[in-house]
Design a protein around this ligand. Structure first.
Ligand code: SF4
Ligand code: SF4
Length: 90
């Protein structure tokens, strides 16, 4: 699963920044077109929900989405993994 902030709903209150135990939400720096400074995500794949939601078949943690006053945080299905060639130079 992929963690997503809906920019059209977020008002930049930064409550999500305060509550995430992994500090995935970071205070944003640049205002968007609406003048809202939306938090950025630091390695969101570390989120418990992203990693284990499928395994447990239910929502885990979810504190950020519970505290968000604008229901701006949700998770989306990721596209199937597509293998790609990686070249390593020695
Ligand atoms: S669900 Fe929990 S771990 Fe994941 S981003 Fe939200 S607060 Fe952080
Ligand atoms: S808690 Fe919700 S509205 Fe507040 S900054 Fe985070 S995503 Fe935006």
């Amino acid at each position: 699963m992929k963690l997503v902030i809906d920019e059209s709903r977020c008002k930049g209150c930064n409550l999500c920044v305060l509550v995430c135990p992994y500090s995935i939400f970071q205070e944003g720096k640049t205002p968007n077109r609406r003048g809202i400074v939306v938090p950025t995500l630091d390695r969101p794949e570390r989120c418990t929900n992203c990693r284990l939601q499928h395994l447990y078949g239910r929502m885990l943690c979810g504190v950020c989405s519970m505290i968000c006053p604008d229901q701006a945080i949700h998770w989306e299905e990721e596209k199937p993994f597509e293998p790609h060639r990686v070249e390593v130079e020695f």
